[in-house]
Design a protein around this ligand. Structure first.
Ligand SMILES: Nc1ncnc2c1ncn2[C@@H]1O[C@H](COP(=O)(O)OP(=O)(O)OP(=O)(O)O)[C@@H](O)[C@H]1O
Ligand SMILES: [Mg+2]
Length: 270
């Protein structure tokens, strides 16, 4: 048996695929700033925000949009270690593999990049950069000093640590772009656009402003939490639709269902 909620549920699976990208004003603004920053000389660009604020999907979009115009590379997750990271960089820059049992000679690599200045401009998008060690970050900075390489560094912002405060990112070479959780209105736009993209108009209309506000309160506007919440809400709706349809209304997702989802995800406690 199929339920109308089955597809709605799937809409909210986590995805950083650009086909799933939604134009939310703050994300669009961050995207435009990113594109401008990449055009500016001499910059390291820091994209930061709490987990689940849309950094990866934004980097992905940037990569997909620019890959035909620019020499650009997307490092989704950091390489296993410093050695592997520089192997990968070396291969991209020189087109050659590092010979077996050899390591990349860093100062030779810097000199190589100095030679590239004015001839090539290569952009690297480094996601999850909190995993890189300070030593690797320092080398990345030295490479960017050659002006042949430019880095967009994406980092988690955690509760207890404000990265901006870190000395490392305060120097003038850094341009900082921050992503935040969605406001009330932005979250509504996000939820509606996601559902409308799959032509789920009725379902989009069935979440009324009051319930939207509750969802925002419980998820604090975090996109990943919002996905989990909506997935769970439609999962519950699907269950009723298939087993006890008399207990739900297709016109309105009830507060009770939102609360049940909140309980299930641990946002609410009995
Ligand atoms: N503009 C957007 N359009 C569509 N989906 C989005 C958007 N922003 C965030 N999301 C959704 O939120 C989820 C979290 O986004 P993403 O993985 O990009 O966050 P992140 O900031 O990289 O998190 P982390 O720091 O944990 O890596 C994505 O799976 C995606 O479904
Ligand atoms: Mg990410």
């Amino acid at each position: 048996m199929k339920s109308r909620y089955t597809l709605a549920k799937k809409v909210f699976l986590d995805s950083t695929d650009i086909d799933d990208y939604i134009e939310i004003p703050s994300s669009v603004a961050a995207y435009e700033t990113l594109v401008e920053s990449i055009e500016k000389p001499l910059k390291m660009i820091l994209l930061f925000g709490r987990p689940g604020t849309g950094k990866s999907i934004l980097l992905n979009r940037l990569y997909q949009k620019l890959k035909h115009q620019k020499e650009i590379y997307y490092f989704e997750t950091p390489a296993a270690g410093e050695k592997e990271f520089f192997f990968r960089l070396f291969k991209i820059l020189t087109g050659k593999e590092v010979p077996k049992n050899k390591e990349v000679n860093f100062s030779a690599l810097v000199n190589f990049c100095k030679e590239l200045r004015g001839k090539r401009e290569i952009v690297f998008l480094l996601d999850e950069a909190q995993i890189y060690t300070p030593e690797v970050m320092e080398k990345i900075r030295l490479l960017s000093d050659t002006r042949a390489l430019k880095f967009v560094v994406s980092l988690h912002k955690t509760e207890d640590e404000d990265l901006i405060a870190k000395e490392h990112f305060q120097s003038r070479i850094w341009e900082v772009i921050e992503l935040s959780n969605a406001s009330d209105d932005e979250q509504i736009t996000y939820i509606h656009k996601k559902l409308l993209k799959k032509n789920l108009f009725e379902i989009a209309n069935s979440i009324k402003p009051k319930e939207m506000r509750l969802i925002h309160k419980l998820t604090k506007g975090n996109y990943r939490e919002c996905n989990k919440m909506l997935f769970t809400i439609f999962d519950i709706c699907e269950y009723y639709d298939l087993n006890e349809p008399a207990k739900i209304s297709y016109d309105r997702v009830s507060r009770k269902i939102v609360e049940m989802a909140g309980l299930k995800l641990g946002y609410l406690h009995v």
